[in-house]
Design a protein around this ligand. Structure first.
Ligand SMILES: Cc1cc2nc3c(=O)[nH]c(=O)nc-3n(C[C@H](O)[C@H](O)[C@H](O)COP(=O)(O)OP(=O)(O)OC[C@H]3O[C@@H](n4cnc5c(N)ncnc54)[C@H](O)[C@@H]3O)c2cc1C
Length: 446
């Protein structure tokens, strides 16, 4: 009996964790095997990415090593490229197959858990693919942090006002929690960092949030969303509602309201779409490209296929309107994974399956150090109490005691000492210095 888990994110990791507990006797006797295939050997706790970008948490503590947590599973670092569920076979590539150019390998399975999550939903906006930066991975979060500080270094060292202006203009597109939290945390960090630059004042920087709809942070409700707009504007952040990014060619962001901003930073957080892997399977998809699932988290009409999280359209049985689906967020993903693990174990033992049932309880968002907004269990909080709640909530949620302790230690230390304001952008080109020393010439900037 081989259970194949595709994806090592929220759903993949928590499902495999649940399964390795529930199937302990079978795993010990060698009657079952759990294989997890994921491009990274770690699970990313995405709600901490904005704090990682701000430097409040180090990047290593935002991720959870799969091999350590899933010590009774087989972890394969690779990418599933196609699934033939009729034949119960998955094709996947690894770093080794990529290097050898040997093409994908095949793996047969008995039960499939498909949890590849989502990818950034981009639009064919001229210049976006060349200049946009996403905010879904730890690499992007740290890259963005380094980039922002580097822009301050550029602005501080140039005499050209146009270069300085573009370097100090930061455009964020998309007003969901990823965009708002990333902007809130980075603006706060840059404002703090400005005190160490002799020629940059916080007022010299332009931070712009572009949102196509008439509100931001829908996750915290209308009233708290309006508060967030007021709060960001009070911080001199230019929030533009009902506005779209039209182009960002030649490092100029042009908005649908006619505004033009020369800028070297366009952060794209305008929503997600299901992983493209789903289109390379023979499993049923909804119009929006998510896997059509039942409330028991099986893929509709596909025995032995299971799914949850961002990739799955799971009926929201608590909703009043018929046909509603669970939103793509961590709150559902974590809870679905538990039901999913239990249901697979139950089905293997011929026991009845349970339905996934969870009513969305609201959300918390950080807007920078000591600033936040929350609407959970009907309670609305803003400012410091909301920020504190955000930290307590996520500390309780981040997996493993090891990670909880490290994050708590970092928060405690950052309360005692000054914030880190260095850019380690050169980490992205570790061979540059050596190539120069070896006479290869200065490498071109990417
Ligand atoms: C910046 C940010 C902040 C967020 N904050 C919150 C928050 O405060 N509250 C909240 O509820 N939600 C939040 N979310 C959303 C939440 O993180 C997602 O809803 C959740 O991660 C979904 O879980 P998942 O397992 O479906 O996908 P993921 O956690 O994204 O996991 C998908 C996994 O599949 C892997 N994968 C992808 N393609 C393949 C392939 N072809 N083969 C094998 N593996 C593959 C990926 O590498 C990844 O490991 C946030 C998201 C972001 C980006």
């Amino acid at each position: 009996m081989r259970i194949l888990v595709v994806g090592g994110g929220y759903v993949g990791m928590y499902t495999a964790l649940r399964l390795q507990r529930k199937l302990k006797p079978e795993l010990r006797r060698g009657e079952a095997e759990i294989v997890v295939i994921s491009p990274d050997p770690y699970m990313t706790y995405q709600p901490f990415l904005p704090e990682a970008a701000a430097g409040s948490i180090s990047p290593r503590h935002v991720v959870v090593p799969l091999r350590r947590v899933l010590d009774h599973c087989r972890i394969v670092v690779g990418e599933v490229t196609a699934i033939d569920h009729a034949e119960r076979t998955a094709s996947f590539t690894t770093l080794a197959t990529d290097e050898q150019g040997s093409g994908p390998l095949d793996l047969a399975y008995d039960e499939l858990v498909l949890a590849p999550g989502s990818v950034s939903r981009t639009l064919p906006i001229p210049g976006l693919a060349d200049h946009g930066i996403g905010f879904k991975t730890v690499e992007e979060a740290i890259g963005l942090r380094n980039h922002v500080i580097e822009q301050m270094d550029i602005a501080s060292s140039t005499r050209d006002p146009a270069v300085r202006d573009a370097a100090l203009t930061f455009v964020f597109v998309g007003g969901g929690y990823a965009g708002v939290e990333a902007l809130g945390e980075l603006e706060d960090m840059a404002r703090y960092a400005a005190r160490y630059y002799h020629n940059i004042k916080p007022g010299d920087m332009k931070w712009i949030l572009v949102e196509a709809s008439g509100r931001i942070l829908p996750e915290v409700g209308e009233e708290m969303g309006k508060y967030t707009v007021r709060e960001l504007r009070r911080r001199n952040i230019d929030v533009r509602l009902e506005t779209r990014l039209d182009t960002c060619e030649d490092r100029v962001a042009v908005l649908s309201d006619g505004a033009r901003f020369p800028t070297r930073t366009v952060v794209w957080t305008a929503g997600v779409k299901p992983s493209p892997l789903l289109a390379a399977t023979d499993l049923p998809l909804t119009e929006r490209g998510r896997l059509r699932c039942t409330p028991s988290l099986t893929v509709d009409g596909a025995p032995h296929a299971w799914a949850a999280g961002d990739a799955a359209a799971v009926p929201d049985v608590t909703a009043e309107q018929p046909g509603a689906e669970c939103a793509p967020n961590a709150q559902h993903a974590v809870r679905q994974a538990k039901v999913l693990g239990d249901n697979i174990a139950a089905s293997l033992r011929d026991k009845p399956l349970q339905e996934y049932r969870h009513k969305y309880v609201g959300s918390v968002a950080s807007l920078g150090l000591h600033k936040g907004v929350a609407h959970v269990y009907g309670r609305k909080l803003k400012g410091y109490p909301a920020w504190f709640m955000h930290r307590v909530y996520h500390l309780s949620r981040v997996p493993t005691v090891n990670r909880k302790s490290r994050v708590l230690a970092e928060w405690t230390l950052s309360g005692l000492f000054k914030r880190e304001i260095v850019s380690l952008g050169s980490l992205e080109h570790p061979r540059a210095e050596f190539e120069l020393a070896a006479g290869g010439g200065r490498p071109k900037e990417s």
